[in-house]
Design a protein around this ligand. Structure first.
Ligand SMILES: NC(=O)c1ccc[n+]([C@@H]2O[C@H](COP(=O)([O-])OP(=O)(O)OC[C@H]3O[C@@H](n4cnc5c(N)ncnc54)[C@H](OP(=O)(O)O)[C@@H]3O)[C@@H](O)[C@H]2O)c1
Length: 337
């Protein structure tokens, strides 16, 4: 039987640590959770069973493993420290016999996006970015449809447009929307992104380093590596459609509490085919996985033992291919907040 391993890590320190160590999470203040995460060894969380292709009937099994570093700790530590922890977790995946390993959230964001990790392991590694990008764009389009927004007449903001996922999403959306508004932190990074997106057939592109600029956007796709929410209720246009791909989320929970007119979709979440049981609550409803985990499962179902999405550069052809394979095996987008 083909097998896979998914590496997760605490994105919300208290909440996620409590899923495995409720007592520790209760007694340790958040700064100490961050501190101890540096010294904690990789954690075996559970066996994943029941992933079955709708197309071929093939069933695969996997393991859920945790790299203990919190998102903040990954951003603060030298890359080598984070690589070491992720590679140690990969060693556990190898010992268990996984054919392929997928990286979630900041385990793929930091440094070179999985390249060093893959070089130090004997199994292929994927960041899952290709399927995440496909799911993000589809999620945004679905949210727009719910809100009766026509993309061809809409202004679409990409928050984190200078990043790996944001830039690829902007390129995919460029030919189909009226205007793209790129939001980032650095003018020089934004200028580089703008030039690439113009070449992808965009009609109008502009950029801003001010998050408040998204108040002009009908559709918003957010995909930054910020460790706290950056999109607040007052930033959004009336009736906007929002797709949040970031982990931890970019959209404040206050948006769903205070803005009935706005629709927020968790862009990177998919329904898994078969009767999947993760035997561990990592925060999603039963039967659902993050798109990056789904990419790892799709590759295992296809028997493709390759480091499919590695590094920060995205090949748009791979995004299209993995989306097609995911559909074939029965992975579907879901989850409207
Ligand atoms: N749902 C899933 O399955 C899934 C899978 C993979 C990744 N993700 C998540 O997707 C997100 C992006 O991943 P990535 O690989 O594209 O990361 P990345 O390449 O590091 O890009 C993140 C970008 O965010 C920008 N940024 C940071 N703070 C910002 C702010 N306050 N305002 C505007 N832009 C800001 C950074 O801009 P500058 O550095 O240019 O300033 C950077 O270019 C992460 O949260 C990750 O956890 C989700």
């Amino acid at each position: 039987m083909s097998s896979f391993a998914c590496v997760i890590h605490p994105v919300s320190p208290k909440q996620d640590v409590a899923r495995k160590y409720p007592l520790l999470a209760k007694i340790l203040p958040t700064p100490l959770v961050h501190f101890f995460s540096r010294f904690w060894p990789p954690v075996y969380l559970s066996r994943i069973t029941g992933v079955r292709s709708e197309a071929t009937g093939k069933e695969i099994e996997g393991w859920l493993l945790a790299c203990p570093l919190t998102a903040e700790q990954m951003m603060r530590s030298p890359h080598q420290t984070a690589y070491k922890k992720i590679i140690q977790t990969g060693g556990l995946a190898q010992e268990l016999g996984a054919d392929i390993m997928g990286l979630l959230a900041f385990t793929s964001v930091i440094g070179d996006g999985g390249v060093t990790v893959a070089q130090n392991l004997n199994i292929p590694v994927t960041t899952g970015r290709s399927l995440t990008i496909a799911a993000a764009v589809e999620g945004l389009e679905q949210a727009a449809q719910h809100q009766n927004i026509q993309p061809q007449t809409a202004t679409v903001a990409i928050v984190g447009a200078t990043g790996s996922i944001g830039l690829a999403c902007a390129k995919l959306l460029a030919p189909t929307v009226a205007e793209l508004l790129l939001v980032g932190r650095s003018d020089s990074h934004l200028a580089g992104a703008e030039a690439q997106i113009r070449e992808s057939g965009a009609r109008r592109v502009r950029s801003s380093t001010n998050i408040e600029a998204i108040r002009e956007a009908d559709m918003v796709l957010s995909t930054t590596n910020a460790t706290r929410p950056i999109i607040l209720p007052e930033h959004l246009k009336h009736g906007a459609a929002v797709c949040d791909v970031a982990l931890p989320p970019d959209v404040s929970p206050r948006v769903t509490q205070e803005r009935d007119d706005v629709l927020v979709i968790d862009g990177g979440v998919m329904d898994v085919p078969g009767e999947v049981d993760f035997h561990f609550n990592f925060g999603l409803a039963p039967g659902r996985a993050y798109a990056c985990m789904a990419e790892t499962m799709v590759l295992a179902l296809e028997g493709r033992r390759e480091s499919y999405s590695l590094g920060k550069q995205i090949q748009i052809e791979r995004v299209r291919e993995i989306a097609k394979l995911a559909r074939k095996h029965g992975f579907r987008l879901n989850d409207i907040r």
